[in-house]
Design a protein around this ligand. Structure first.
Ligand code: AMP
Ligand code: ZN
Length: 476
């Protein structure tokens, strides 16, 4: 039985072969190297973003369940057009601005029971690695300079377009191009390095002061952390073109070796048929939903339970259905805990547990088909309930069943959910509410701004608007 996952690069469900050479046993493989494009920290991530981040978490948990070792990085994009614009607008430094939203993001990950990854690099900490790539590309004659900014000339990279397999005509005629910047020779090209602009954060380099383009950041962080070809790169489908196409072009042109073996892309979370996105304004942040009283556990369940290559339409009813599924599991746990009957573990139950774990793995090995895996899991729950109703389970059997739930939950992270509900005031949460209030006032949404003040007042938090910004303190 082998784990096969759809690979955007080949268009087929490919066997996972960490390190690129097939081994006899899973434990003989080197750790699976994974890179996931992380958030751009210029605001709250919405739950569409969290669909992708929860998928990344599910992927790493499942690989561990199957016995693989993991070496996983997810970056924080802390310099780009949007973060710079946000910091400038508020009149604070880029680091202060991105620091605030990074803290909020980390808190949200915890709330959703997303495991910490092995590396969480920030783009601004990898400038040296970016310089290295750009210098190599310059030596190879792939870069041109236009008014101080450096561009990658895609006409000089033969394999451009191999990931997205976009109609080459579309790329060639500039019908599809990177909208990141316009001052280039050819619309198809993309900025590697942007010349310094008055008042913007910039870095000194052998090719002048400036700041990185977005795409170079991920290529640089991957090089710095992993050094060479990595096994898996993930992101939402919107990143296939141009972001991932450009990452491949830069890295493969600079180092002359394969960049990534396996590309995995997550389909979008939709709202009424359109992608949930900040620009469309049709999004919920995690905190929006928590404030409405939905639990992070149900949100996680909803987002994890759909197959990653299928679009998922988000509705509040969907969270209700997730609640019901979780209730079935919780009820079973209550019943298992109540079993007192003595005895020896029966062979039946061991068989049931074995076939649960095998059936679950078989289902999920097939392109991470979690929906099918959950089907197998709920059959197990149904069978257990029948046994309990017929009084055919003793205490050791119940313990065995609980152990099986723990094993499945190592992948799902929804059953023994550590609640992170705060009894006391969490400063990161208060800061995030204040940030939202500032944004609401800027948008002249005074109703929302007042609402936030009321929510905070109810929790005993007093706001003071000063020239230096908004301060807060607790009553008494
Ligand atoms: P961003 O912060 O915009 O760079 O996005 C972070 C991650 O969320 C990327 O991997 C995106 O592809 C992904 N993403 C953005 N919108 C959605 C959505 N509606 N559904 C699923 N993933 C999304
Ligand atoms: Zn990226």
């Amino acid at each position: 039985m082998a784990l096969r996952i759809h690979n955007t690069l080949t268009g087929t469900a490919d066997e996972l072969v960490p390190g690129g050479a097939r081994r006899e046993r899973i434990e003989d493989y080197p750790p699976v190297t994974i890179y996931s494009c992380g958030p751009t920290v210029y605001g709250y991530a919405h739950i569409g973003n969290f669909r992708t981040f929860i998928f990344n978490d599910f992927l790493r948990r499942y690989l561990k369940f199957r016995g693989y070792r993991i070496d996983h990085a997810m970056n924080i994009t802390d310099v780009d057009d949007k973060t710079i614009a946000g910091a400038t607008e508020e009149g604070i430094t880029l680091a202060e601005y991105t620091g605030r939203y990074t803290a909020i993001f980390l808190e949200d990950l915890k709330t959703l029971n997303i495991e910490p990854v092995e590396h969480m690099p920030k783009a601004t900490e990898s400038i040296e690695a970016m310089i290295d790539i750009i210098q190599r590309l310059r030596e190879k004659g792939i870069v041109y300079n236009k008014e101080g900014s450096l561009y990658f000339s895609i006409a000089r990279f033969e394999n451009y377009g191999k990931l997205s397999r976009l109609d080459t005509r579309e790329i060639k005629t500039g019908l599809r191009y990177d909208t990141d910047s316009y001052e280039k020779d050819d619309v198809r090209d993309f900025a590697l390095w942007k010349v310094e602009k008055e008042g913007e954060t910039s870095w000194e380099t052998p090719f002048g002061r400036g700041r990185p383009g977005w795409h170079i950041e991920c290529s640089a962080m991957i090089r710095r952390i992993f050094g060479t070809t990595i096994d898996i790169h993930t992101g939402g489908v919107d990143l296939i073109f141009p972001h991932h196409e450009n990452e491949i072009a830069q890295s493969e042109a600079a180092y002359g070796e394969q960049f990534v073996r396996h590309w995995i892309h997550v389909e979008h979370l939709l709202v009424n048929g359109s992608k949930m996105s900040k620009s469309l304004g049709n999004f919920y942040t995690l905190r929006d939903l928590l404030e409405k009283g939905y639990s992070p556990r149900s949100i996680r369940y909803l987002l994890i339970s759909a197959h990653y290559r299928k679009q998922l339409n988000f509705t509040l009813e969907g969270i209700g259905q997730a609640d019901q599924a979780l209730e079935r599991i919780d009820n079973l746990i209550v019943r298992l805990n109540d079993i007192r009957k003595d005895g020896r573990p029966g062979p039946n139950l061991q068989k049931m547990v074995d076939s649960l774990l095998l059936g679950f793995a078989e289902a999920v090995d097939d392109d991470l088909n979690i929906s099918k895996g959950l089907g197998v899991f709920f059959e197990f729950i149904h069978a257990l309930n029948t046994l309990i109703s017929n009084d055919r389970l003793n205490r050791p059997d119940a313990d065995l069943a609980m152990e099986a739930l723990v094993k499945i939950d190592a992948v799902l992270g929804v059953i023994f959910f550590k609640t992170t509900a705060k009894s006391d005031i969490d400063p990161a949460w208060v800061d995030s509410m204040i940030a939202e209030r500032i944004a609401a006032r800027k948008d002249r949404n005074f109703k929302r701004a007042d609402e936030i003040r009321t929510i905070l007042t109810e929790k005993g938090i007093i706001l003071e608007d000063t020239k230096e910004g908004t301060r807060w303190k607790t009553k008494g």
